[in-house]
Design a binder for this molecule. Sequence first.
Ligand code: GDP
Length: 361
Amino acid sequence: MEHIENDEQYSGLTVNSGVEQPPIVNPYLRRRRKPLPTVGEMVEGILKGDVTMLSRAVTLVESLSNDHQVLAQEVIEKCLPYSGNSRRIGITGVPGAGKSTSIDTFGLHVLKDGGKLAVLAIDPSSERTKGSILGDKTRMEKLSVHPAAFIRPSPSAGSLGGVARKTRETIVLCEAAGYNNIFVETVGVGQSETAVHSMVDFFLLIQLAGTGDELQGIKRGIMEMADGIVINKADGDNIDRARLAQAQFRSALHLFPPTLSGWMPEVLCYSGYYETGIAEVWEMIDRYFDFVKENGHFEAKRQQQARYWMYETINEKLRNHFYNDADVAALLEDREKRVLANQQSSFTAARDVLDFYFKKL
Ligand code: GDP
């Protein structure tokens, strides 16, 4: 018999008719939205340590809807008296420094003594990338399956200030749910570490031994904020370089002005992956908490942070109220054009818009 391939009409690319594929989604399954629990139910659940309720409340905190925000604020207010009993630790480092590996290891170390751990994150870039990689469960293999760990990626929408405020509010909820250890992770490349610094008790900077000039490229600001600098990946043939970096950081720290707390930041080497030096890092953190609780700095710093967030929130709300006003936006557009065309000065243009806004209120 003649092969069909020998037929002149044959293109080799025919599609045989087949069986229609069933849809991958069950068409009969209608997604039912679970009704929103009441504020009372949520608070009760959170205080009992119910993770589902905690997650739902955090989702409300992160929501952009005004109704949700109102509910979230009520839940937060009711949880506030039960919050505060935790160690809030900020962890920063450039991508690849080993933050997630280290948080996994540090987290297990902390949980050895019992208690609970919440890992939160602030990643202002997540708005662009649609979803944050920080605080992502898949990056923390061991913690993600630990029953006493609650991992939550960065809130994704809004300005850095907005994202940070939500994380700060989430801390309150987690503490009310009995999480006595809070880690807040951030990438040490932008402004986000300042935001984290304003909500934690201890700020840990993860560094790597570099290739010679260790202090290059490290922003002085971050070094000044750090209560502890830890050099990760001090393992294998990297140990000597890590020790050298340790010595360099130690001498660099001596050049900085004394910290407000009176605490002298320490520099340690460890390996998050091979789990060496972990206990030493944690002993340092214990020493810090003993020190600042003793000299009153712990409480003073928390009060200062509470004040900071009050004003931060006012600033954010005022800014949003102003820029979200359609008439203001129209006038802004007009005045901006005039300023760019040299028809009006920046200052009188700003005054016009502000005058308009204040009269409207
Ligand atoms: P992140 O971007 O800061 O969260 O860093 P990761 O935790 O994802 O780590 C980045 C890379 O460094 C991964 O390939 C890790 O396996 C590796 N790494 C992390 N910690 C260590 C360590 O202690 N020693 C060594 N040798 N490699 C590590």
